[in-house]
Write a protein of this length. Structure first.
Length: 377
C-alpha cells in the first residue's frame, strides 16, 4: 500500500493525493509560526519498482524559488547513501521522477542531518582529550544549546568561534561542522595541534535544534529567524542567540565563522561585513586572507561568485557577522554552501554533498591557522 510519512525528526510534507505512484501530489508545510517554506523531507512506502512521479504543488510559492532552477532532489533507500534524482521545475510545480529498488525511499531538499547524528557528534567530541562541553542555556522547547570548547581556556589566547545551522534547513552546515570537528579531535594532526596550542576554538554545531526537529527551513520554534536577532536577542524569542552571544562576549571573541547554505547560488563563497560603517581595514584584510587561503586549499571554494557587496554604512548589524564585527571588532564572516551543486566543480551524481561539505570543513583548519597571528586576544 502506498503511503507518505513525515512524522519524524526533520520531516516536512503535506499530502494532497497519494493513491497512485505515478501521480503523488504534495505540498511543503510552512515553518513553525512563520511563512517561510522550502525544506522538505519525507518517506514514501510501498513503491518498490514503481515509476514514481512526485509533484510538489506549492513550490512556486516557496521562499526562494530561484532555488529550484537547475536543482535535483536527493533520495535514499537506506538513509545512508543519498544521490540526486531526476527533478524538474515548471509552472510553479517541482516534479521528482524516480523508480525505487526498495519498498521504502526517502526524499529531501538536501541530505538531512538528524538530531541523533548531532548527539553522536557531540558525544565523541566531548569525550576526546582537550575538549569540553558546556550548555549555557536551553531553547524554548527545552533542548540544550551545546557549545564545544577545543583547547585550554586558562591562557590568554585568541577566541575563535564556528557556528552552524542558525537556519535549520541548511543541513550542509552541520555536515561541514562534522568534518571540521572530527579533524580537531585528531591530536596527531600537525595543523590542529598548532592551532589549539595558540588559540581556543568554540563550536556550536547546531544553533537551532528546535527548528531542526520541526522540519523548518529558516526559523526556531517561536517563528524567529535567528540571524536577525544578534543586536537584541531575548530569552523568550531567541534564547539560542541570547545564550551563545553572551558566551562569545565573555570569551572576548576575535573570530567567527557562521556556516550556512544558499538556496539560489550554486557556489561556495564567503559573505563578509564590508557594509558596516565600523569595518576596519585590518578586519577586512584578515577576512580576505582567510578567503584567499581557503580557495587555495580547496578548489570547491571560489572567489568569483557570491552576494553583491553592500555599500559601507548600509550593512546589517542584526546578523552574527555584522553584529560581531561592528560591536566586538571580530573578524566575522558567513560561509555559504549550495543546496544544488558547485557550478565551478560539478558532480552529476551527487551534486554538492555531505562528503564535500565535510571536506571543506576540514580545509578550514589551515585557513584559520593562516590568519591566527592577526586575530586579537
Amino acid at each position: 500500500m502506498l503511503g507518505i510519512i513525515s512524522s519524524f525528526d526533520g520531516g516536512n510534507i503535506e499530502v494532497v493525493k497519494a493513491d497512485d505512484p505515478s501521480d503523488i501530489q504534495l505540498k511543503i508545510r510552512s515553518d513553525t509560526n512563520a511563512e517561510f517554506f522550502q525544506w522538505f523531507y519525507f518517506r514514501v512506502v510501498g513503491v518498490r519498482s514503481s515509476q514514481c512521479t512526485i509533484k510538489i504543488l506549492n513550490a512556486g510559492e516557496a521562499s526562494f524559488t530561484r532555488g529550484w532552477e537547475d536543482y535535483k532532489a536527493v533520495a535514499s533507500e537506506d538513509q545512508k547513501y543519498w544521490e540526486r534524482v531526476q527533478t524538474e521545475y515548471r509552472s510553479g510545480v517541482l516534479e521528482i521522477k524516480h523508480t525505487p529498488n526498495s519498498d521504502s525511499v526517502c526524499y529531501a531538499y538536501f541530505v538531512p542531518y538528524s538530531l541523533n547524528r548531532h548527539s553522536d557528534l557531540i558525544a565523541r567530541c566531548q569525550a576526546s582529550e582537550g575538549v569540553s562541553l558546556s550548555i549555557p542555556g536551553f531553547t524554548a522547547q527545552k533542548r540544550p544549546i551545546e557549545v564545544l570548547t577545543f583547547g585550554n581556556e586558562a591562557n590568554e589566547k585568541p577566541a575563535l568561534w564556528v557556528i552552524a545551522r542558525q537556519h535549520p534547513g541548511e543541513t550542509m552546515a552541520e555536515w561541514f561542522m562534522e568534518g571540521l570537528l572530527d579533524r580537531l579531535r585528531n591530536q596527531q594532526d600537525g595543523a590542529v595541534r598548532s592551532l589549539l596550542q595558540r588559540a581556543v576554538l568554540y563550536a556550536v554545531p547546531n544553533m537551532n535544534p528546535d527548528g531542526s526537529a520541526l522540519g523548518n527551513l529558516r526559523v526556531n520554534s517561536q517563528g524567529i529567524n535567528l540571524n536577525r536577532e544578534w543586536e537584541n536577542p531575548s530569552v523568550e524569542k531567541s534564547p539560542e542567540v541570547f545564550y551563545v552571544r553572551k558566551r562569545m562576549i565573555e570569551s572576548k571573541i576575535g573570530f567567527c565563522l557562521d556556516v550556512h547554505g544558499d538556496e539560489g547560488l550554486p557556489f561556495n563563497f564567503i559573505a563578509g561585513f564590508e557594509g558596516i560603517a565600523e569595518a576596519s581595514d585590518h578586519q577586512l584584510g584578515v577576512m580576505n586572507k582567510f578567503r584567499d587561503t581557503l580557495a587555495q586549499l580547496n578548489p570547491d571554494f571560489q572567489l568569483a561568485n557570491g552576494y553583491p557587496k553592500v555599500a559601507k554604512g548600509k550593512g546589517m548589524k542584526t546578523t552574527s557577522t555584522g553584529y560581531l564585527a561592528a560591536f566586538h571588532g571580530a573578524v566575522s564572516m558567513t560561509l555559504e554552501m549550495p543546496f544544488k551543486d558547485a557550478a565551478n566543480a560539478p558532480d552529476e551524481r551527487f551534486g554538492w554533498s555531505p562528503e564535500r561539505s565535510m571536506a571543506l570543513g576540514r580545509s578550514s583548519v589551515e585557513a584559520i591557522l593562516s590568519i591566527l597571528d592577526e586575530i586579537k586576544n
